[in-house]
Design a protein around this ligand. Sequence first.
Ligand SMILES: [Zn+2]
Length: 174
Amino acid sequence: MPKVHRVKRTRGGQKTYLCVKCHEAIVAGQEYYHWTPYKSNTRQQHVSCGYPSQSQLRPGSKMARVDDAVQDADLGSLTSGDEIETALGQVADIAREVAEEYGESADNIESNFPSGNPTSEACRAAQEGLESWAEDLDSWTADEKEDDEDEDDYLERVREEAQDALGEQPQYEG
Ligand SMILES: [Zn+2]
């Protein structure tokens, strides 16, 4: 994971930095993040355009899309069991898409190495892990509120349970 630096653009210097998010120039006085993904060029992004996402930090990493989906679910902002169920369903959709990508990678590798190799096995494991996790997320249902339970306590409890379900996200072990 590349280190993310937060700096303020000072006057001077001929170089133009373009924000990778809004594509506007980063001008003197503005704060921005910069980071260098593995084997890639340094990227700049305004602090006002937000912290770089997992996909921005690890371009090409399939699992980073899932990390971002989990992050975007933002359970703390949701205010009903139904909303939380919907959010988990959306993460499940992304997980399934990414599972398919891992499956395609494994297929490609296996067409060259018919007996498999560690990378294809890791892709296959990530594919299967994501598929079964997506099923769990889809079938996840919020508990009913107890009659004597405070609304805030109830939401807090449901969010925690949903967070635990998201926390079961498999990782790519390649
Ligand atoms: Zn920007």
